[in-house]
Design a protein around this ligand. Structure first.
Ligand code: EPU
Length: 427
């Protein structure tokens, strides 16, 4: 088991490249199940969630290769193998196997998904959608059993705007008979990316990226080639990091429109941000002032960037309030930031940050993926050495982070943990 060590306080500059979007990747890979011939996806990030899904595709009979970010999945020998436990429990996005396998085989058994612990993460809207399409769904001993004689298009209103439910219902509906309409759909760019892949495979989906998605069911889907969109959350993490510890950083391979809310919030606090076609330049301002942030569904400020942003706000003059309306308990990183001298308290769904303070290096633990990103940023800002454990969370979503940050001049490295340290971590 490894930990991350960061010697903070060195100014970072240069270029950093964003990888393919994790939250697209984890849906695009299961979507390949729906095809009858090989699908190629280019630009996938080299992260553990992608490797886990590759293994799951192989477990159900897929023939899969993955080199240099290009995955080729031949689904022609896949079967509806029950997956009640094992790898499915390790990632949240294994719920997309439900929609894809139900759509293709009309039956599936999938263990309830794992992933980051951000408070309750129900999947009732996914199930509501599957049932509306004609599936019989039961929950038996921690696994969801789905079965349908046939799937028929339906009009489905989502009571909660959900990325996962929107994509999962699309996956289940593309091969259903007739028309499906998803109302109050989520509008995240990852949803458009998945719809683009499915349409290239022969599906008929209209309206992805708006709150009404219309799907005409088709008989079958074929292989195709697809290039994934850049990861807007990784890009946002780098923008925040550039504001926190940079001296002028160019972020390459971005779609600036996906990052408008982050750009606006950085500018509001006094950060210099310039955008061009597929690059964003971020340079520190003279002084940072406190701001308030409220997370919202896209195109609002992403909950996934709330945690990294709290680290940056420790540098701002005054009191900032960060409210998470999506995951009200996504604040496990706050105690760790406090160990580093941050003056933050949590009240309900809000973190209240008083600044400016100079962060101090400390031993901290990443409890989830974006908490990990927040702590890495804090470590780069801090005086002295920071040790971050819980790297398995960071590795789920950030591809080659140490190499990328070293390229900016950061002093950051991975180190094997001693037996005692591993024991301490368990307690
Ligand atoms: N919700 C329900 N019922 C449902 C589904 C969702 O009540 O059936 C609630 C959730 O509890 C939450 C809100 O609706 O309060 C939004 O959840 P959503 O379904 O949109 O989240 P998700 O699909 O499970 C994805 C990303 C998350 C990201 C959220 C919000 C993936 C694999 N995960 O999760 O990403 O935080 O959307 O944008 O796409 C991350 O990357 O670190 C991460 C956690």
């Amino acid at each position: 088991m490894e930990k991350l060590k960061i010697a903070g306080g060195y100014p970072l500059k240069g270029n950093i490249r964003v990888s393919g979007a994790k939250n697209s990747a984890v849906a695009l890979i299961p979507a390949t199940i729906l095809a009858d011939s090989p699908v190629t996806i280019e630009g996938l990030p080299d992260i553990s969630d992608v490797r886990m899904l590759k293994a799951l595709m192989e477990e159900i009979g897929g023939d899969v290769s993955f080199n240099d970010g290009e995955m080729i999945v031949d689904p022609s020998r896949m079967v509806s193998m029950p997956l009640p436990s094992g790898r499915v429990k390790k990632l949240r996005a294994s719920y997309y196997l439900m929609g894809a396998m139900l759509g293709k085989f009309k039956k599936a058994v999938i263990g309830l998904p794992g992933g980051c612990h951000l408070g309750p993460r129900p999947i009732d809207q996914h199930i509501k959608g599957f049932e509306a399409l004609g599936a019989h769904v039961t929950n038996e001993q921690g696994a969801i059993y789905l079965r349908a004689d046939e799937l028929r298009g339906a009009r489905i209103y989502l009571d909660v705007v959900s990325v996962g439910a929107t994509i999962n219902i699309m996956l289940a509906a593309v091969l259903a008979k007739g028309r499906t309409i998803i109302e109050n759909a989520a509008k995240e760019p990852e949803i458009i990316d998945v719809a683009t892949l499915l349409n290239n495979m022969g599906a008929k989906i209209k309206g992805a990226g708006t709150d009404i998605i219309r799907i005409e069911g088709v008989e079958n889907l074929n292989g195709c080639r697809h290039t994934i969109i850049p990861d807007r959350i990784e890009a946002g993490t780098f923008m925040i990091l550039a504001a926190a510890a940079g001296e002028g950083i160019v972020i390459d391979n971005v779609i600036p429109q996906h990052l408008e809310s982050v750009t606006a919030k950085l500018r509001e606090m006094g950060v210099h941000v310039e955008t061009s076609d597929d690059q964003i330049f971020v340079a520190p301002g003279k002084e940072y002032k406190a701001i308030d942030i409220k997370t919202l569904v896209y195109p609002g400020f992403a909950t996934d960037l709330q945690q990294p942003f709290t680290s940056l706000l420790t540098k701002a003059e005054g009191t900032s309030v960060v409210t998470d309306t999506i995951y009200g308990a996504r604040f496990k990183h706050i105690d760790e930031l406090r160990r580093m001298n941050a003056k933050i308290k949590v009240e309900g769904r809000a973190a209240i940050i008083n600044g400016p303070v100079t962060l101090q290096g400390a031993k901290v633990k990443a409890s989830d993926l974006r908490a990990g990103a927040a702590l890495v940023i804090a470590g780069l800002m801090a005086e002295g050495i920071t040790e971050v454990t819980g790297l398995e969370h960071i590795d789920r979503g950030y591809s080659h982070l140490v190499e990328k940050l070293s390229g900016l001049g950061a002093t950051i490295w991975r180190e094997e943990m001693t037996k005692d340290e591993v024991e301490q971590l368990k307690n």
